[in-house]
Design a protein around this ligand. Structure first.
Ligand SMILES: Nc1ncnc2c1ncn2[C@@H]1O[C@H](COP(=O)(O)OP(=O)(O)OP(=O)(O)O)[C@@H](O)[C@H]1O
Length: 264
C-alpha cells in the first residue's frame, strides 16, 4: 500500500490584514502518495503559495493539520527541498558552491569531496557540467533554474516543493526544464508538489492535478493523470491529453466563477 507522504487535513487559514482577516484556505484536503508528483493549479491569488508554506512548515494553519511522513508538521523541516520562480542563487558563490549549500546546513559533517561529488552528480544530470565554477550571473535563466533544482535536491529531500519554478522562462526553455524534471525523478524518485499556472505543465509532470477553488480555497477537483509514466512532449498532442486539458480549463473557469462552454 502506498503511504501518503503529504496529508493536508481540513486546513483553514486567514491572514490578518489591516482591513481584517482575509480567509485564504477553507477546509482544504490534499493527499500526495509517496513517490508521486502533485501539480496544483487554481485562480490567481487563491492560496497556492500559502499551501506550499504550510507543507514546508514555514507557517501554521489556524485549524486543521498538515502531516509529512506520518509526522505532524510543527515547523520547518530539513527533509523538504524548495524551488521558486526566482532561483535566488548567491552571486558571491560559484554554481557548485550554491548547489552544495543545503549540505553545509543539513549534513555539516559530510566531507567536502563527498559534497562536491554529490553536487556534480546532479549538475551532470541537468547538463551543467563545465559551468560549475561560473557565477550565477554568467548563466542563462534556464541554466540558473537547473542549478536551483540541483540545489533543492542535493540533500535528497523526502519532498520537493516548487512554486512556479518555470514561470519566468520562455516556452521552449520551460519545456526543456519539464523534461529535465522528468529525468531527475526517473534517476532519483522523490515526492513533489508543483504550483503552476500552466495546465500543460501540470499534465506533463503531474500524477495528479489538484484544482483549487477561488479564495478561500478548497480542493475543487482532483484529476489522476492517466498517461504513460515515461512521458515525452508528444503526449501533450494526444486526444487523451487534450481531453484532460479541456477538463482542467473548465475547472479553472468554474473556480473563477465563469461560465463553462459546452465542448465535445
Ligand atoms: N503574509 C500575508 N499577509 C496578508 N495577506 C497575504 C499574505 N500572504 C498572502 N496573502 C494574500 O493571500 C492571498 C493568497 O495568497 P497566495 O500567495 O497563497 O496565493 P496564490 O494562489 O499563490 O497567488 P498567485 O497565483 O497570484 O501566485 C492573496 O490575496 C495574497 O495577497
Amino acid at each position: 500500500m502506498t503511504e501518503n507522504l503529504i496529508e493536508i487535513k481540513g486546513v483553514t487559514h486567514a491572514y490578518k490584514t489591516a482591513s481584517g482577516p482575509l480567509p485564504v484556505l477553507d477546509g482544504l484536503n490534499v493527499s500526495v502518495p509517496e513517490g508521486t508528483f502533485a501539480a496544483v493549479v487554481g485562480p490567481s491569488g487563491c492560496g497556492k503559495s500559502t499551501l506550499t508554506k504550510l507543507v514546508a512548515g514555514l507557517m501554521k494553519p489556524d485549524s486543521g493539520e498538515v502531516w509529512l511522513h506520518g509526522e505532524l508538521v510543527k515547523g520547518p523541516r530539513k527533509t523538504v527541498g524548495m524551488a521558486f520562480q526566482n532561483p535566488v542563487l548567491l552571486e558571491w558563490r560559484t554554481i557548485l558552491d550554491n548547489v552544495i549549500l543545503p549540505l553545509e546546513i543539513v549534513a555539516p559533517k559530510m566531507s567536502k569531496a563527498k559534497c562536491v561529488a554529490r553536487a556534480m552528480e546532479l549538475l551532470d544530470m541537468v547538463g551543467l557540467v563545465g559551468f560549475e565554477h561560473k557565477r550565477p550571473s554568467e548563466l542563462s535563466g534556464g541554466m540558473r533554474q537547473r542549478a536551483s533544482l540541483c540545489r533543492s535536491l542535493v540533500h535528497k529531500p523526502d519532498v520537493l516543493i516548487m512554486d512556479e519554478p518555470f514561470g519566468a522562462l520562455d516556452a521552449f526553455t520551460r519545456e526543456d526544464l519539464w523534461q529535465t524534471m522528468r529525468d531527475l525523478r526517473r534517476a532519483e524518485p522523490f515526492t513533489a508538489v508543483l504550483i503552476t499556472h500552466d495546465l500543460r505543465e501540470s499534465v506533463f509532470l503531474g500524477d495528479q492535478v489538484i484544482v483549487l477553488s477561488g479564495r478561500p480555497a478548497r480542493s475543487q477537483y482532483v484529476m489522476n493523470v492517466d498517461l504513460p509514466e515515461d512521458r515525452t512532449l508528444d503526449v501533450l498532442f494526444t486526444p487523451k491529453a487534450a481531453d484532460m486539458l479541456h477538463r482542467l480549463r473548465d475547472q479553472i473557469k468554474i473556480a473563477q466563477g465563469r461560465d463553462v462552454e459546452a465542448h465535445s
